[in-house]
Design a protein around this ligand. Structure first.
Ligand code: ZN
Ligand code: ZN
Length: 424
């Protein structure tokens, strides 16, 4: 076999549109996920983990045959046995599939599930958008009540506040139901027919195929005309209107601030009533960090005979982390042990083991040279350095240096943990 020099020189890199998450940035990811778990569990949500690989039909039916996601962006391929499988582009359809498959409707109460993990869409790579991206989300399945909607939305605000996001705005709307929406869409279609020629190409197409999506258009020139279109909130039925009013009343009662946006819609048929989004000031035009809504028809779309009304949201974790990155401090190294010589390495190993059992983060330097060890301790940002040399071994007391102040002390092993416990 022959390997050409040029082939050997090509470095293998991460697949286009994917990326490695490296420390220290992974500390921010972990912070976000840890806060999310705490908040979700306080609201009695429990984690669900579904496969990343699913039957392609699940997304064709669950996300919608006509959507960009399904027509252009899915990683779909034929498995070795000929079955068509897809890397999940989102998780709601998977969670609903699992809910139906495992008859979670027979468990007591509303099923409150959360997930976090990678999703895959073959979009054009750009800043803040990746083909493997991460979502954190919840689904509350088994009730149509506006009480559930209010609780889910309250939890969103709680989560973003606790995670440290500032300047975010919660946008709220109702998109009606199968009873009231078709008439509204018809009206929209009629009004659009009058203005469509002045709108962008996407709008012209959507005016025909999916008029609701016109409301999503971000082209600045189109905005005045779109703002003049009829509002869905003037066309809600006798079930949807009070449902939406109750959601708003409950949120106000709990001090949750929101803004009503009649143009906030979802292009998929099974979405109904409450929809919401969280936008963040620092992210510019593509500024949504969270999207959510009620999807009472999804189970039926997946072929289930068990009704499973639900509401959920998903957070774009990549974007959320991007907005937090400068502000979350990375946990620092508590102690660097400079072991000078073979005997010292052995002793340092025991000292490190005992301190690590006490949950201190400890690094052992086995270089043997004091100066180089101190330099490394500095570069690693260690709070303290412990010197273990011949003298220290003989005396059983070790030199602990506080790196910021330079203060040194001779301490017995049991005194070291005490010093580390001090915060600074
Ligand atoms: Zn309705
Ligand atoms: Zn447009």
């Amino acid at each position: 076999m022959q390997t050409s020099d040029s082939a050997r020189e090509i470095l293998i890199r991460a697949v286009k549109g994917t990326r490695d998450l490296l420390p220290p940035s992974t500390a921010v990811w972990n912070h976000v996920e840890a806060v999310a778990r705490r908040v979700f569990e306080a609201y009695n949500y429990h984690e669900i983990r579904t496969p990343i690989l699913e039957d392609t039909q699940l997304f064709a039916r669950g996300v919608g045959q006509e959507t960009d996601i399904v027509t252009k962006e899915m990683y779909t391929f034929e498995d070795r046995d000929g079955a068509s499988v897809t890397l999940r582009p989102e998780a709601t359809a998977s969670v609903m599939r699992a809910y139906i498959e495992h008859r979670l409707d027979q468990r007591p109460g509303v099923q409150k599930l959360y997930y976090m993990g990678p999703m895959f869409r073959r979009e054009r790579p750009q800043k803040g958008r990746y083909r493997q991206f991460y979502q954190i989300g919840v689904e509350a399945i088994g009730s149509e009540s506006p009480v559930v909607d209010a609780e889910v939305i309250e939890m969103v605000v709680e989560l973003f506040s606790r995670v440290g996001l500032e300047n975010f705005t919660l946008l709220l709307n109702s998109v009606g139901c199968q009873n009231c929406r078709p008439a509204y869409i018809e009206l929209l279609r009629e009004e659009l027919a009058k203005v469509a020629p002045t709108l962008c190409e996407d709008c012209q197409r959507r005016a025909q195929t999916n008029p609701l999506r016109v409301l999503d258009c971000k082209v600045p020139e189109d905005q005045p005309a779109i703002d003049q279109l009829p509002s869905i909130l003037d066309h809600l039925c006798e079930i949807c209107r009070p449902h939406f009013e109750t959601v708003q009343r409950l949120l106000k009662h709990r001090g949750v601030q929101f803004e009503i946006r009649p143009r906030l819609v979802r292009g998929l048929d099974y979405y109904m009533r409450t929809t919401f989004e969280v936008v963040h000031g620092a992210l510019g035009a593509q500024n949504a960090v969270l999207g959510g809504g009620r999807y009472d028809g999804l189970a039926e779309a997946l072929g289930s005979k068990i009704p499973a009304p639900g509401i959920g949201f998903s957070i774009g974790e990549d974007r959320l982390v991007m907005t937090l990155e400068d502000r979350i401090s990375v946990p620092s190294l508590d102690l660097f042990i400079a072991a000078l010589g073979d005997a010292a390495v052995e002793r340092a190993g025991l000292l490190a083991r005992d301190l690590r059992r006490g949950s201190y983060s400890v690094e052992v330097g086995f270089d043997g040279k004091l100066k180089r060890s101190m330099e490394l301790a500095n570069k690693l940002g260690s709070r303290y350095t412990l010197i273990v040399g011949e003298d220290e071994l003989a005396r059983g007391r070790y030199t602990l240096k506080h790196m910021a102040s330079g203060i040194q002390e001779q301490l017995a092993p049991e005194e070291i943990a005490q010093r580390l416990r001090a915060k600074e």
